[in-house]
Design a protein around this ligand. Sequence first.
Ligand code: CP
Ligand code: NVA
Length: 310
Amino acid sequence: MGAPRHFLDISDFDAATLNGILSQARAMKQARKGWPKGLREADEPLKGRMLALIFERPSTRTRVSFEVGMRQLGGETLVLSSNDMQLGRGETIADTARVLSRYVDAIMIRAARHSNLTELAEAATVPVINGLTNLTHPCQVMADVMTLEEHVAPLKNLTVSWVGDGNNVAASWIHAVGRLGGTLKIGTPKELAPDPQVMAWARAQGARVQVMTSPEEAVSGSHCVITDAWVSMHDTDAASRHNLLKPYQVNKRLMAAAGPDAKFMHCLPAHRGEEVTDEVMDSASSLVFDEAENRLHIQKSILLHCLGPK
Ligand code: CP
Ligand code: NVA
């Protein structure tokens, strides 16, 4: 038996593999145009396969898009909250991985700590998918790249701006630019700059990633402005983050600094009036709901990458 085909981080894959996953997602999305949402793909490529979804943190999009996507491919899902598992009473992640591998064909985890994801993947004999950790959110950024390429152009020809917290979604964006090309300008307070290890990885790749403190400078000449919550699920320092990030709100004024054609993206959930204003969220430039939809299409393609024929 070969090693399981995990989907842990964008940095684990070369451009050809990532572009293959993106183009399969586009084709599947196109093929479903006009179908009722609940319908399954006729060939049910994952018929009889079971995906376990472990949540150590809450979710709307990740849960629903994986559940619906797996069913559309003919497979089934089991949703497990870590609080209701023996994991919550101290059973190790590795033992949990070994047990679940005997029952299910793949495991998606939304992990409280990145090490929970990597320990699960090391011990599992079935593919493990990263559904967000404190450090990265690769399924989200694959959906973001798909969305931007649908609306604008291939990422390698684009300049993208990240404004706000240099968090888990920002780290996966750094990985995406490192692997697929393009320029990423990150405007963030010094205290919330991206993980130094991820930045060192970007430098070693020769990735075009620039970090600056000015949000205006970060958005100038940009094709798309992206932001995220000021306080992520694992953060405990809400008050100081609000103070540091107030000048990084994406509002009409900042979008104007980016230029008239710049798009806006946010992985959601958004905190309207904090990191983004209603006028930007609800503007014609906003791609946020296409981004949410594309979680479904890209994750179906990721599931086929992990579980499909070799
Ligand atoms: N963007 C995202 O992952 O949303 P959920 O937290 O609702 O899954
Ligand atoms: N950065 C956010 C993303 C939520 C989907 C968080 O980790 O809470």
